[in-house]
Structure formats: C-alpha cells, structure tokens
Design a protein around this ligand. Structure first.
Ligand code: CTP
Ligand code: MG
Length: 224
C-alpha cells in the first residue's frame, strides 16, 4: 500500500497569475483537484497528503490531509512526508502542476517499484529535441551535442521506498534547495533510480501556453 504526497505550495511565478498556481482553474476545477481526482481512482493509495501555501490550507479538497509547504519544493515534500501515516512503505510524490496525470500512470509507477529492486522509479518522456551543451566563455559556443537516444525528460509521479526518501530528504538545506527533483536527492544519497516511459501529455503546467494546452486537453477529457 502507498501514501501519495502532492506538492502544491509553489507561487507559480512563471505563470504570473494572481493566485498560487495549484489553485488556478483549469477546465472548470482548481488545478490541484485534477491530480487528487486521479489519485482517488488508484486502489493502492490509502492516503493523500497535500502541501499548500501558508494560509491556504482551507483550499484542500475534502478527505485529504493538508499541510503547510516549505520555501523550496523539497521542503514541501518533507513537510508532507512528515504528516503521512507511517504504515505505508511506498511513497508516491506528485506535482500539482502535472494536472494531466492519469490513474493508470500512478498505478504503473507503483507496480514498477514493486517489480524492480530499486529505491525509486520515475516517469519520464523521451527527449524529442536535439540537446546541445554550451560553454560559459565564449558564451553560447557549443561544446557538445548529447546522444538523444539516452536522454529522458523526467516527470512526476516519482515513487519511492519510504526509507530511501527519508534518507534523501535528510540532506543539508543547501542540497535540498538545489534539487528540482526528489529522485536526484536519492541519487546523491547513493540510492538507485530507474525510469519508466510515460506520455509527453503528462507535461508540467509552467507557462501561460502550457495552461492553454491543459485547458484544451482536460476540457476534452471532461466532455468524454
Ligand atoms: N512546489 C511546492 N513548494 C515550493 C515550490 C514548489 O510545493 N516551495 C510545488 C509547486 O506547487 C508545483 C511543483 O512543486 O506543483 C513543481 O514546481 P513548479 O512547477 O516550479 O511550480 P511553482 O514553483 O509554483 O512555479 P514557479 O517556479 O514558476 O514559481
Ligand atoms: Mg518552482
């Protein structure tokens, strides 16, 4: 059985909306509620904990445990994990900003962790652009073209063995602040991480363009 943590305590600066990003309406509901609704369909998930911005705990959907998030994403994950029931050995971490996630993707992530011997499994989509690395000086001078066949853009859900995630989140504040991804903290702590292929449709809503695309796709899902 698993506990699910949704991090929703960011400000959404790049989206530039007046309210925190996770509460911005998308296709008729606050962004956060799409991920909560998907998780409710997953039989293995026994509890949902949501990290919200300070003062906005009332915005949590009924039936979830709401906690106050931290100043960085990793600290929000840590706050949510602290509030999670200790009985569950598997921890699912998900960004509220990935509102297009499906119950099937959560289930697949949990099954992958159970099947594999690793500490964490991470949803990821193959990179479709060619990625070039540049030098700092002279600025923008290309130093390498990376082998695209081995590059993956990582997403959430990221699913962990609880002990490995607790160990990773015990890292110093500086390392936590540098992490954009919890699996990286597990890597830093010497843990093993594997990817599994997910759809690019599970994109993160970061900019206004992403929000428009999410509105279109979720509106279509809603209409069946
Ligand atoms: N998040 C969080 N606590 C923070 C920062 C981020 O819970 N202190 C969450 C966001 O709510 C989001 C997820 O982490 O669901 C991914 O972060 P991101 O897409 O960067 O969202 P924001 O930080 O809100 O956006 P921005 O960086 O543009 O301000
Ligand atoms: Mg952010």
């Amino acid at each position: 059985m698993a506990v699910a943590l949704i991090v929703a305590a960011g400000r959404g600066e790049r989206l530039g909306s007046a309210m925190p990003k996770a509460l911005v309406p998308v296709a008729g509901r606050p962004m956060l509620e799409w991920s909560v609704a998907a998780l409710r369909e997953v039989a293995a998930v026994t509890q949902i904990v949501v990290a919200l911005p300070e003062g906005l705990l009332d915005a949590a959907p009924a039936g979830v445990v709401a906690v106050c998030g931290g100043p960085t994403r990793s600290e929000s994950v840590r706050a949510a994990l602290r509030a999670a029931a200790a009985a569950d050995e598997i921890v699912v971490v998900h960004d509220a900003a990935r509102a297009l996630v499906t119950p099937a993707l959560f289930s697949e992530a949990i099954t992958e962790l159970e099947r594999s011997g690793v500490d964490a499994v991470v949803a990821a989509a193959p990179v479709t652009d060619t990625i070039k690395q540049v030098r700092e000086s002279p600025a923008m001078r290309v130093s390498a073209t990376l082998d695209r066949s081995r590059l993956w853009a990582v997403q959430t859900p990221q699913v962990f063995r609880r002990a490995a995630l607790e160990r990773a989140l015990a890292a110093p504040a500086q390392l936590l602040a540098a992490a954009t991804d919890d699996a990286w903290l597990v890597e830093q702590a010497g843990g093993s991480v594997a990817l599994f292929a997910a759809s690019a449709e599970n994109f993160k809503i970061t900019t206004g363009l992403d929000l428009q695309l999410a509105e279109l796709l979720l509106g279509r899902r809603e209409r069946g």
